[in-house]
Design a protein around this ligand. Structure first.
Ligand code: PLP
Length: 398
């Protein structure tokens, strides 16, 4: 199809779940995307924190092409090896003892919810089915994951959802203490809330959640789908808190743009799960798992992780230096950064796109910056300049 016809064709043929700007991307390389007119854009969205290695990373391309030429799918009824080579890496580099492979973040959280319920039933008997989750938290759009997602607008049209979920304010340990009971089987938390406006968990909050989970015999589930795998400058976001969860979920960046979701658990949780308890036709796909090995090996390097931390600090410093009258706060860690304004950020997103910079929002008033982890300091400076120009054009500067 002629790229110029795409926007109209989308509005004709697709169920309208997304609003998109009138640009059609046709190619990507490193931290850059190119549209159908050949215009180049610096990509500070990375497919919503997915393209950690940027676009068309040569080792990733080679792994995908090689696996596609060998074998793509046989189902989970038979043995293959790429998912095992990936599982081994994940287990050997985390608290987890075992993993389950799915195809998205929502599915990884669905599995976590099911595993927590089954673990609680096996260990404690009937009735321990409740979940504690947090205001601003986002865990996905499928019915189970949506039940753990706080935003009223996403939930309300589809109710009733899974019962037994209580929401309390994020970073409020006292509220969490009030909200948890002996019927709670799991506490789901993002160490850095992404969709909820880039909010970083306080150390005492996350450490306190670990304690109250232990007191009430509940599992601590860290959803690191957006903030995990190097984005905070550490391999896992929870490492900064010196705690270990019982379950961690991963997805977005792991396969470098191919669909994958992983639920990582301790041996104790795994012991409650039997053959037939859960499954997925496409889970543990050979191409995503092969691609993910490349992504994992690239990210799990001290140099890369140090670069993320260093460049993230430079980006935050640069943003704070813009000194805006409409700024409320710049927050984040590593390369997941939110800039809260007292107005909608949509005009700035449009201005930036016009100037060749892709940025997204996290809620109405928060600009979200989550570039590929391979971003360079020069590219960060270019992005800061484009943002400064956009802000000036909008007359937002003091
Ligand atoms: N959990 C978190 C923290 C997320 O940011 C997302 C997606 O944005 C999800 C879960 C859902 O992942 P998916 O869209 O792959 O189902």
């Amino acid at each position: 199809m002629n790229p110029n016809q795409v926007p109209d064709a989308e509005s004709r043929y697709l169920i309208p779940t997304y609003r998109r700007p009138p640009v059609v991307f046709t190619r990507g390389e490193g931290a850059y995307l190119y549209d159908s007119n050949g215009k180049r854009y610096l990509d500070f969205a990375a497919g919503i924190a997915v393209n950690a290695l940027g676009h068309s990373d040569p080792a990733w391309v080679e792994a995908v092409a090689d696996q596609a030429s060998r074998l793509t799918h046989v189902s989970n009824l038979f043995h293959t090896s790429p998912h095992i080579d990936l599982a081994k890496r994940l287990v050997e580099n985390s608290f987890a003892d075992r993993v389950f492979f799915a195809n998205s973040g929502s599915e990884a959280n669905e599995a976590a919810l099911k595993f927590a319920r089954k673990w609680a039933r096996t260990k404690h008997g009937e009735g321990k089915i409740d979940v504690l989750a947090f205001e601003g938290g986002f865990h996905g759009r499928t019915m189970g994951a949506l039940s753990l997602t706080h935003k009223h607008r996403y939930r309300e049209p589809f109710e009733p959802l899974v019962p037994g979920v209580t929401f309390v304010p994020f970073n409020d340990l006292e509220a969490a203490k009030q909200g948890i009971t002996d019927r709670t089987c799991a506490v789901f938390v993002e160490p850095v809330q992404g969709e909820g406006g880039v909010r970083v968990a306080d150390a005492l909050f996350l450490q306190g959640l670990r304690e109250i989970c232990d007191e009430h015999g509940a599992l601590l589930v860290c959803d690191e789908i957006q903030c995990g795998l190097g984005r905070t400058g550490r391999l896992w976001a929870h490492e900064a808190y010196e705690i270990t969860p019982d379950i961690m979920t991963l997805a977005k960046p792991l396969a470098g743009g191919l669909p994958i979701g992983v639920t990582l658990v301790t041996e104790e949780v795994s012991r409650a799960i039997e053959v037939g308890d859960h499954g997925s036709t496409f889970g543990a796909g050979l191409i995503p798992c092969r691609a993910a090995q490349t992504v994992f090996d690239h990210i799990n390097q001290p140099d890369l992780l140090e670069g993320v931390a260093r460049n993230g600090e430079a980006l935050m410093k640069g943003l704070r230096a813009l000194l805006l009258n409409k700024f409320i706060e710049v927050r984040g860690v590593g390369l997941i950064i939110g800039v809260e304004f007292d107005v909608s950020v949509q005009p700035l997103i449009e201005q930036s796109l016009e100037q060749g910079l892709i940025v997204i929002s996290a809620g109405e008033n928060v600009l979200r910056l989550c570039p590929p982890l391979i971003i360079t300091i020069d590219q960060i400076n270019i992005a800061l300049e484009i943002l400064a120009n956009g802000i000036r054009a909008l007359d937002w500067k003091v």
